[in-house]
Design a protein around this ligand. Structure first.
Ligand code: TRP
Ligand code: SF4
Length: 404
């Protein structure tokens, strides 16, 4: 019943580079066959810092999505969508804004950081301060429990969890919760119901956390419960609250370090990026002129691979055997840097041939991308609408026939 849901998003920054690929996209592709996945272009997020220059956003979204598809993100398996096309998220952002203390937002480390870093813009705006609330909505609206992100997003995820907890604390109380929970227990059937009760008691009376985990596993393996009943039974284990919004966990990927051609972190704004779809001749030139161990000035100088950015690429692209040979060659001045770079050049060209091939049909026929997003936006909207029905009802915003 309770399946894992993965959600992740990226700001639409246009074409993707190898840092995006190895840091995130490879992981998107891996996860899509394991779990239900939602991946989106965070175009509203881009507005929080780039509200004064918005012309290129849709084009950047298009270019980014083409590279996601080139990387192997499969719209048959994952839901690929655009944040601004799911209006429900704006509603949730507004509602969550009611319960988020200002102090939580002012304390987010990236708030002051980014203001200082992007000093050429005025970021003392409502939208920029509230950006973690929007990010929480992105996640909570899909009831995603797993969120693949980098280190830099951990503090935002923590806020999302705190917001979910606070929401459930305020609004997770149904007036007739006990009765509903008990009715739901009956639906488990005799044997499971007895097991559930025993585990709940073990946890509540003796704090037995293993019993809690077993009870959760029991619920997770139960097929015939409605989503509402399932949430009640999860909530009833720990107290008398319903879990309306699910607390998400970060999924930290050990992402390989991808250096730019100057040895710094790869970034489009540093002008040091190797893009996912380079022309092979340009790619060759970029790597041939790439920085190496700065202490190795001449072929006759022994080098130290640990101080060489090209070595970081070998860690990603070369077999252990190749690495052993090259390591020896470098440290004994037995091999030149150009020769050492060649296997990396070959491997990246081979990898990119697949990216080029996958991207071609979308470049020939861009409306295919629109179709994919239309479909993804629809699917995302349906999932979001389901959560919003519960959210509105939990908050007392219920205007159906029972109202008048
Ligand atoms: N804030 C993220 C970034 O700048 C992008 C993002 C927005 C996101 N909403 C999200 C990531 C929800 C994960 C889940 O990279
Ligand atoms: Fe770097 Fe290879 Fe040159 Fe050594 S031989 S400095 S690892 S490029």
């Amino acid at each position: 019943m309770f399946t894992d849901r993965v959600l992740s998003g990226m700001r639409p920054t246009g074409r993707m580079h190898l840092g995006h690929y190895h840091g995130a996209l490879k992981n998107y592709v891996r996860l899509q066959s394991l779990h239900e996945c939602f991946y989106f272009a965070a175009d509203w997020h881009a507005l929080t810092t780039h509200y004064a220059t918005t012309e290129g956003i849709a084009q950047s979204t298009f270019e980014m999505i083409v590279d996601w598809l080139a990387a192997g993100v499969d719209p048959q398996q994952a839901t690929v969508f655009v944040q601004s096309q799911v209006l429900e998220t704006a509603e949730l952002t507004l509602l969550l804004g009611m319960i988020v203390p200002l102090g939580w937002l002012e304390r987010v480390p990236t708030y002051k950081d980014q203001q200082q870093k992007l000093a050429d813009r005025d970021l003392s705006t409502f939208g920029f301060l509230g950006y973690p609330v929007m990010m929480a909505s992105d996640i909570l609206i899909f009831r995603a429990n797993m969120v693949p992100v980098g280190e830099d997003q951990i503090s935002h995820l923590e806020i999302a969890r705190e917001i979910a907890r606070r929401f459930n604390f305020f609004y997770g109380r149904e007036p007739d919760f006990e009765e509903k929970a008990k009715a739901a227990i009956k639906k488990l059937g005799n044997k499971k119901a007895r097991e559930y009760e025993a585990l709940r008691t073990a946890y509540q009376e003796r704090g037995d956390t293993e019993a809690l985990e077993s009870a959760k596993a029991l619920l997770a393996a139960t097929q015939n419960l409605s989503l509402g009943d399932s949430e009640r039974l999860f909530g009833y284990l720990e107290g008398a609250r319903r879990v309306v919004l699910v607390e998400p966990q970060p999924l930290l990927t050990e992402s390989s370090k991808v250096p730019g051609v100057d040895g710094q972190k790869m970034s489009k704004s540093y002008g040091n990026a190797i893009m996912m779809r380079e022309d092979p001749a340009d790619l060759t030139k970029k790597i041939k002129t790439m920085k190496t161990d700065p202490a190795r000035l001449r072929l006759s100088d022994a080098g130290n691979p640990e101080r060489c950015p090209v070595w970081d690429l070998h860690k990603i692209y070369s077999s252990e055997e190749t690495r052993n040979t090259l390591h020896r060659g470098c440290t004994t001045a037995g091999i030149g840097c150009l020769a050492c770079k060649q296997p990396v050049i070959d491997a990246i060209i081979a990898e990119q041939a697949i990216f080029h091939e996958r991207a071609q049909k979308y470049l020939d026929n861009p409306s295919l991308v629109r179709d994919i997003l239309d479909d993804g936006n629809d699917r995302a909207r349906r999932a979001a609408a389901e959560t919003m029905r519960d959210v509105r009802e939990a908050m007392g915003l219920k205007y159906d026939r029972s109202f008048a």
